[in-house]
Design a protein around this ligand. Structure first.
Ligand SMILES: Nc1ncnc2c1ncn2[C@@H]1O[C@H](COP(=O)(O)OP(=O)(O)OP(=O)(O)O)[C@@H](O)[C@H]1O
Ligand SMILES: [Mg+2]
Length: 279
């Protein structure tokens, strides 16, 4: 496995604050993986994501120690424009990311800033429209769309830049359960088919555990747990950090505690059923 992003002894505190928002943080993100970042409100998740795409320290003043390398680039020494081609960030609210009068103009926006030739822009826009199943929305005004559609448009704009890493900060928080599952399915496809690496902050862990390779838990700016979803979620420590254990993991823990000799921790009810039936 190749390490795509490496966080090394990173600490950051915002200007005029005493507390470190991220403190002595180490993390390696392997290429092609999906990592979920979890932890209570205010523990530093969004701050860490901002450090990953360079918003910190380039746009937020503060004290920055240690560092991050992304695909060979040292983030704090690399211009935002260069980083934007490697790391894409999707905010919680797509409204913050949608500016233009039509969906296709919006998706083209970042590509125009890269100074790409018109035909290349056209090709990439058509490609992501198709990939995200929103070709029929190309000429619509983004502000008339549903939240789920807006989220797809914003994600399309990020994917069109062909970043190696995409960072999602609570991407499903405005979405209904059905649209949220569709977004997760899309992330899975992009990860498997295009090899895009993902780091995702998400509170509804049960949505992501089936597609996540790792969960990293933060508390007061520090990394306190890290591992495979099944291992982290069945660890009693998780509750200490306010991690809501998905019902399926809890059921599994209860069953094994009562002496049922099951195998691997299931990610979905179907897997659990198969495992129980197989005995
Ligand atoms: N722009 C800012 N200026 C000053 N302090 C900030 C700023 N943004 C965040 N903080 C502080 O940094 C700490 C970490 O905040 P952060 O937003 O990274 O947490 P979070 O884990 O993303 O929380 P949430 O789950 O609520 O989104 C908090 O103490 C917060 O008050
Ligand atoms: Mg946040």
């Amino acid at each position: 496995m190749t390490t795509l992003l490496r966080v090394e002894n990173l600490s950051f505190r915002y200007i005029d604050t005493e507390k470190w928002a991220v403190e002595k943080f180490d993390l390696e993100i392997e290429q092609g993986t999906v990592t979920v970042l979890a932890g209570q409100s205010g523990c530093g998740k969004s701050t860490l994501l901002r450090c990953m795409n360079g918003l910190i320290p380039h746009m937020y003043p503060g004290e920055y120690l240690g560092g991050i390398t992304m695909d060979g680039l040292t983030v704090d020494k690399t211009k935002m424009g260069e980083l934007a081609q490697k790391v894409g960030l999707l905010f919680q609210n797509p409204e913050n990311q949608i500016f233009m009068f039509s969906v296709e103009r919006d998706i083209a926006f970042g590509l125009e800033n890269l100074g790409l030739p018109r035909e290349e822009i056209r090709r990439r826009v058509d490609e992501v429209l198709r990939l995200l199943g929103i070709t029929h929305l190309a000429l619509r005004a983004p502000h008339e769309l549903s939240d789920g559609q807006k989220q797809r448009v914003a994600l399309a704009g990020v994917i069109a830049m062909r970043p190696r890493l995409i960072i999602l900060d609570e991407p499903t928080s405005l979405l209904d359960p059905q649209t949220a599952s569709e977004l997760v399915a899309l992330v899975h496809t992009l990860n498997k088919d295009l090899g895009i690496t993902f780091v995702i902050v998400e509170h509804r862990l049960e949505l992501l555990t089936p597609i996540a390779d790792r969960i990293v838990v933060m508390d007061r700016g520090r990394k306190v747990m890290e591992g495979k979803p099944a291992d982290v979620l069945t660890d009693p420590q998780a509750a200490v950090y306010g991690i809501a254990v998905p019902p399926i993991s809890k059921l599994y823990t209860d069953l094994t505690r009562d002496g049922l000799p099951l195998g691997t921790v299931p990610d979905t009810p179907l897997e659990l059923a198969e495992e129980v039936n197989g005995r």
